[in-house]
Write a protein that binds this ligand. Structure first.
Ligand SMILES: Cc1cc2nc3c(=O)[nH]c(=O)nc-3n(C[C@H](O)[C@H](O)[C@H](O)COP(=O)(O)OP(=O)(O)OC[C@H]3O[C@@H](n4cnc5c(N)ncnc54)[C@H](O)[C@@H]3O)c2cc1C
Length: 503
């Protein structure tokens, strides 16, 4: 156990464990704007009773956050026989990645090639690039690096960790995009990817701790980060972990009302789906002098029944608002929620029929509708009866069905640009009511191409890396964040080798 008085805590008070409350601290001890950048000497002195630093355990690499980015970052250092400790504030590992819907935009993986899909990553990049540019992502070079690393990440997960994905032929044959991967049992089954990954890391020697909230960086007398102070999520007791490298993989800030209020006020009145994405990593890194970027860019919204937002990617559905009008393309997980908020529509219905409930994602449909039976109406044999179930005038809904039917007959969605499953909905009809929610954020800490945390001058802060949704470069979701973790883990393993070679 190492106990030295000259260790300093940076960011203590930025994160307060007990009760999950979180604020940002100014150097005078008061509340600052959650975005206020801290100077590199700001020690965040809000917590007056911080005990002296005393490391109860040490590791070469300390990964804070056990979502897809953190677990993926642990792979390369473990494979290089480094000691790795992964710590999460929740009692369960996996973070928001574990409860995600599971649609992964990947092209060129061996899994896809085995399914007869010939599209290469490069060929797929053009379309993806356009989607990213449309979404306002600026650093397209780094986005491309993540996108092109994603197939390698998938192959590594499958070959070396036993992660299980669904055979893409299941849904591609039915007409879904060939640029998507799903976990083994389809939508809502991230367990099939993350549990083998966790177990594989454990078999390689990773140690895991849960229920510990990272609350400050520990720096040594030279000012270099050499560990992290954690607070027990229940008792607030202190645990200090020493590390040669710290990887911050604490996710986004969609659950933090103060951070959303400060950065994306246009979304502050929308409910949030997650509770754990509190932006602690962003605040801690800012206290260390790390630069934050792009946090004011609104992220897309989704349904409060997130899996249902993905159904249109895998089968025919029709989205209608409270007046029975179609208002967004159905083959996009964000379009309905975004349009619902933009036009103050309040909520929407996803209408589906036989073609969806007997298709490749039948498990998800059964699971979501059973769990949310009170949010569903149906079965109905005709549109008039469906309109009655939705409390709408039959004429209004009939006009929507007729208009949609004409688009299907024309083979082109001239209204909203839907391309997948532009097919008629076959009775019996069902409809599921949904509301828009925040579920992810854009922006975060700035890193270089290897994931090293950058300060305001653009220089790397020694010993600290970041990956996944905590970082400004995170781009999209599961696959890009997994690829980000892989890149960072490799960079960390290489940096440790180089450091040891210099000794
Ligand atoms: C409902 C839902 C559906 C989604 N569906 C999709 C989808 O279909 N496709 C897609 O690509 N993306 C999807 N996403 C987005 C995707 O889940 C995220 O982009 C991704 O999971 C982020 O991974 P991450 O590892 O960066 O963060 P997370 O998975 O959020 O992991 C961060 C971890 O850090 C821990 N942590 C946070 N603060 C601290 C602290 N102070 N100390 C210790 N630990 C801490 C958290 O508890 C958490 O376990 C979805 C998200 C949600 C919420």
């Amino acid at each position: 156990m190492e106990r030295r008085a000259f260790f300093k805590l940076i960011g203590a008070g930025a994160v307060i464990a007990a009760g999950g409350a979180m604020t940002a601290c100014s150097s005078s001890g008061g509340l600052a704007s959650p975005l206020a950048p801290a100077s590199s000497t700001d020690e965040g002195p809000c917590v007056a009773d911080d005990p002296e630093v005393s490391f109860s355990s040490e590791a070469d690499v300390l990964v804070v956050g056990s979502g897809i980015a953190g677990l993926s970052a642990a792979m390369a250092p473990l494979e290089a026989h480094r000691s790795v400790m992964i710590v999460d504030k929740l009692e369960l590992l996996g973070g928001e990645s574990y409860s995600a819907t599971g649609v992964m935009y990947v092209s060129g993986s061996a899994l896809q090639k085995r399914a007869g899909i010939a599209t290469t990553t490069e060929q797929a990049w053009d379309a993806r690039k356009q989607a990213y540019a449309d979404a306002g992502i600026v650093d397209l070079d780094f986005a491309k690096r993540l996108f092109t690393t994603a197939p390698e990440w998938v192959d590594h997960l499958v070959d070396d960790y036993g992660a299980q994905f669904e055979d893409p032929s299941d849904y591609v044959k039915a007409g879904a995009s060939e640029g998507m991967l799903l976990p083994k049992r389809g939508l809502g089954d991230m367990e099939s990817v993350m549990t083998p990954l966790r177990d594989g890391l454990s078999a390689k020697g990773a140690s895991f701790s849960t229920g510990l909230v990272a609350s400050a960086f520990v720096v040594d007398e030279s000012g270099a980060v050499c560990g992290v102070r954690f607070r027990d999520a229940k008792s607030n007791a202190v645990t200090d972990v020493g590390a040669r490298v710290v990887v911050v993989a604490t996710g986004g800030f969609a659950s933090s009302q103060p951070l959303v209020h400060a950065n994306v006020p246009s979304q502050e009145r929308i409910g949030c789906y997650t509770t754990a994405s509190m932006g602690e990593g962003q605040l801690l890194c800012a206290h260390l002098g790390g630069q934050l970027a792009d946090m004011n860019k609104p992220a897309p919204l989704t349904s409060d029944l997130p899996q249902a937002a993905a159904w249109g990617l895998f089968g025919p559905v029709l989205i209608v608002d409270a007046l029975g009008r179609r208002f967004a393309r159905e083959d996009d997980m964000n379009a309905a929620a975004d349009a619902c908020v933009a036009d103050d529509r309040g909520y929407w219905w996803t209408v589906f029929g036989k073609g969806l409930s007997s298709g490749a994602q039948a498990r998800s449909i059964a699971q979501v509708t059973t769990k949310n039976a009170k949010r569903m109406v149906g079965p109905f044999d005709d549109v008039e009866a469906l309109a009655g179930g939705l409390g709408l005038p039959a004429d209004a809904l009939k006009a929507t069905f007729d208009g949609y039917g004409a688009l299907v007959d024309a083979g082109k969605d001239a209204d909203f640009g839907r391309t997948a499953f532009l097919q008629k909905i076959e009775p019996p009809y069902y409809a599921l009511k949904q509301f828009p929610v925040r579920y992810k954020t854009r922006g975060g800490v700035r890193t270089d191409a290897e994931g090293r945390l950058l300060n305001a001058a653009g220089s790397a802060i020694a010993n600290v890396y970041a990956c996944g949704s905590v970082a400004a470069g995170s781009v999209e979701g599961l696959a890009t964040n997994g690829a980000f973790g892989l890149i960072v883990g490799r960079a960390v393993a290489k940096a440790l080798d180089e450091r040891d070679a210099e000794k």
